[in-house]
Each structure stands twice: as structure tokens, then as C-alpha cells.
Unconditional design. Structure first.
Length: 420
């Protein structure tokens, strides 16, 4: 069903309980001790040895769209315009309770550094339709709320795959790629002569040594040369109609999440296979009520605009949009915030053959454990690959004597309940 994927990554751990997973029982239990039967023996991050008291959802929820999706009121644009496009999965769980290994697991299928990211696997398995742009592009934005989550380049690295499959970070403001413009006095023809000369030397060396990284270097010199024309054209949104710029609420190039969403649509149009947008603003250990509303306001319009824009271009049907974090947040209070939580959290999917206007899975009545139609990170990866036409069990590379896969050595399933 799908040709490409746009992953909207809310880095820091978005609270499912204040966004997409309403728990009336948590409202009733607000300020009261969490039952020991739920928390006993469970892995907890920073609340170890402390009194565990319930913290109610901090904002009202309501039913949205014809499907009646239950979504917090902090999402007026997304819920108001796109509720019937969302497939909300409320039963994710993960294994890593600290940010960096949780990011690594979410991106590469393992907590061990050095394995390929999903975008790199897609490049390796499917290639790219973009001749003059990288097939895997990453952009990062930062807001004003919560702790700023550091994002390491290894989250989009190619690992043991050839380095030509790694993601390329585009900066959100200024020149998206350093040195994309020729220095003063250097013409395109002269630059072409330099690239041809270097590639001729590299070709000779490749024939002598049979070193695959030299082949990668040759292809990357060619890609860099083509990007000198394609990237400035990509970033020039002046020809976008006014109603499109008004939809996103940006004129582009301002470093905001909305600006990156507009660029994501333009990248998708140009054949880029995998696009990942990080917003580093979701680590809410304190002041969760004000901070989560603030973080949502920074991305709400951009997400809704991206879905709407893709739909009106008839591109949503073959574009997967993924929205979520590396884990969720606790039903227990951490002062007036929430701690890291791995036993149950929410992500949603849109387009690319997913069932819009549906909700699948559930956590328990206090939002702690995923208890119904549980979905692991590997299950999610298997399902995304399936929608892109890939059997996750067969996409593998021999590495250190093992058939290494994105979905790992343990069983993973395609979550058919969320596929149209």
C-alpha cells in the first residue's frame, strides 16, 4: 500500500495519559496511592523508593470526528480536522526505560549501538526514487517547553550496512546542508571537472582493492554534486500557493516543526523514501500540565496540515505517517510532572493502508500496563515493513554469523488489526 514513510518523532516521551489515552479511573484516583498490585516489581526510572500517587489527566478529553475518537483537547487542529484519518494504538510497550537506549530501540530494533536504523533498512531493501536527493532525510526542531532531548546521529546511522544508506540531516534553518553552495568563483562546470577527476581516481582504487566503501564514496560525490541544484530548489517554498503556506502557518525556513512538515511533503513529492522529523520537546518531568499543552501547540498545526496536504494531493494513500515517542509517562506523579514509562503507551498511524478512524489495544484502567492487543516495538516495525511491501523475516543481512534483521531474532507479528 505504501511507497514512503514520514515518522513524526516526539522525542522525550510523550504522556499517553494527557494526549490519546483517557482514563476516568485515574481522575477518580487523583492524589491517592497507586495500588501496589500494579507497581510491585515493575521497572521505574526516577521514582524508585518514593510515594507513588496517581496523577489525573491534566486536560479534558472529548470525542472527535465521525468516528468519535477519544483525544485530548490540546489537539484542536489534529483532532478537529484529522480524527477520522488516525489509527490510534494504545497498547505499545518497550524494553528501555532511559531515553538514549529507548531511542535506539525504537529506531534500530535493538538497544545495542551500531545496528542500522529503519530508514537505512528501507534504503537497503527498496532503494530510493529520488535521484538528486538522499533517500533518507532527518530534520530536528526544538520548542520552548520541557527538557530538550539530545538526539544522536547514530539514530539514523546505517550500522553495518554500507554507509550510503545512512540518513542525512537537513538543518531546519539557514543552509540545510553545509557547503551546498559553490564558493565564489567556482562554476558548476569547474565543480563537475573536480568531481569527475576524483571519481576516476576512486574508480581505479576500487578496482584494485574491491572495497565497497570506495563505491559508496563515488556515489556520494555524485549525490553531493546533484544536491547543489536540488537542495536550493527544495528549500525555496516561494512558489507554494498562499493557501498552502496558510495551512501550515509558516513561510518556510524558520526552523519550526511546521516548516519541517512542509519540507517533508516536498521531500515526499520528490521520491524520498524515509523522512524523520524530531521535535525535542517532550521530556516533562515537571509542570506536565502547562508543558504538554505547550509542546502540543508547537506541533498540532503542522501535523494536521501535513495530513490535509497529502490528502488533497492524493498522496496519503501511499504515505505512512507515524506519530509517537520512545516511551510514555507514568500514571504516578513526579511532583507535578510524570516519570518515564515503558509498560504501556500510545502511538498513531495514518495513511499507507492503515485503518483511519479506529483505535486498537488498551492499557489497564489506570493507564499503566498494555493489556489488550499488546504491540511491541518489533511488532510495529514488522507492520510498517509489511505496508511497504517487505516481509520482515526475509529482510536480513549476515552480520557476525547471524541473520540480522530490523525486527530482531525473537518472533514479531504483523498487527493485522490496524491494516485496512
Amino acid at each position: 500500500k505504501a511507497k514512503r514513510i514520514i515518522w513524526l518523532y516526539m522525542a522525550g516521551g510523550m504522556s499517553h495519559l494527557d494526549t490519546f489515552d483517557y482514563k476516568p479511573k485515574l481522575v477518580e484516583m487523583n492524589g491517592k496511592p497507586m495500588p501496589d498490585s500494579i507497581t510491585s516489581g515493575q521497572q521505574i526510572a526516577q521514582l524508585q523508593g518514593q510515594q507513588l500517587n496517581c496523577l489525573a489527566p491534566q486536560h479534558p478529553f472529548k470525542q472527535w470526528g465521525e468516528s468519535g475518537q477519544s483525544i485530548s483537547t490540546i489537539w484542536p487542529e489534529l483532532a478537529g480536522r484529522c480524527a477520522d484519518d488516525l489509527c490510534i494504538v494504545r497498547s505499545l510497550f518497550t524494553e528501555a526505560i532511559n531515553h538514549d537506549p529507548a531511542h535506539t530501540l525504537m529506531n534500530t530494533g535493538t538497544m545495542i549501538a551500531g545496528f542500522p536504523s529503519m530508514g537505512s533498512w528501507l534504503q537497503y531493501g527498496l532503494g530510493s526514487e529520488a535521484r538528486s536527493l538522499p533517500g533518507f532525510v532527518v530534520m530536528i526542531s526544538t520548542g520552548k517547553f520541557g527538557q530538550k532531548q539530545p538526539i544522536a546521529a547514530r539514530q539514523w546511522h546505517s550500522g553495518f550496512l554500507p554507509s550510503r544508506f545512512q540518513g542525512i540531516e537537513f538543518r531546519s534553518s539557514g543552509d540545510p546542508v553545509l557547503y551546498v553552495q559553490n564558493p565564489q568563483g567556482v562554476t558548476t562546470a569547474r565543480q563537475r571537472d573536480v568531481v569527475d577527476a576524483i571519481n576516476a581516481i576512486n574508480q581505479q582504487k576500487a578496482q584494485e582493492s574491491d572495497e565497497p566503501e570506495i563505491v559508496t564514496r563515488i556515489s556520494q560525490y555524485e549525490m553531493a554534486f546533484r544536491m547543489q541544484a536540488s537542495v536550493p530548489e527544495l528549500m525555496d517554498v516561494s512558489k507554494e500557493p498562499k493557501h498552502v503556506l496558510d495551512l501550515y502557518g509558516t513561510k518556510g525556513g524558520d526552523g519550526t516543526f511546521a516548516s519541517n512538515c512542509l519540507l517533508a511533503r516536498r521531500l515526499a513529492e520528490r521520491g524520498v523514501r524515509s523522512i524523520q522529523l524530531y521535535h525535542r520537546d517532550w521530556d516533562h518531568h515537571g509542570s506536565v500540565k502547562t508543558h504538554i499543552a505547550g509542546s502540543a501547540s508547537e506541533v498540532d498545526r503542522g501535523v494536521a496540515a501535513l495530513i490535509t496536504d497529502l490528502k488533497q494531493r492524493d498522496m496519503l494513500k501511499d504515505t505512512i505517517i507515524v506519530f509517537g515517542s520512545e516511551f510514555g509517562r507514568t500514571p504516578m506523579a513526579q511532583g507535578i510532572g510524570r516519570d518515564h514509562h515503558i509498560a504501556g503507551f500510545t502511538m498513531w498511524f495514518a495513511g499507507g493502508g492503515f485503518k483511519g478512524g479506529t483505535s486498537v489495544g488498551a492499557t489497564d484502567e489506570l493507564g499503566y500496563h498494555a493489556v489488550e492487543d499488546r504491540v511491541s516495538v518489533h511488532d510495529m516495525h514488522a507492520t510498517l515493513l509489511h505496508q511497504l511491501g517487505i516481509d520482515h523475516k526475509r529482510l536480513s543481512v549476515n552480520f557476525l554469523g547471524l541473520d540480522a534483521k530490523l525486527t530482531g531474532p525473537l518472533p514479531a507479528r504483523v498487527v493485522n488489526e490496524i491494516i485496512a
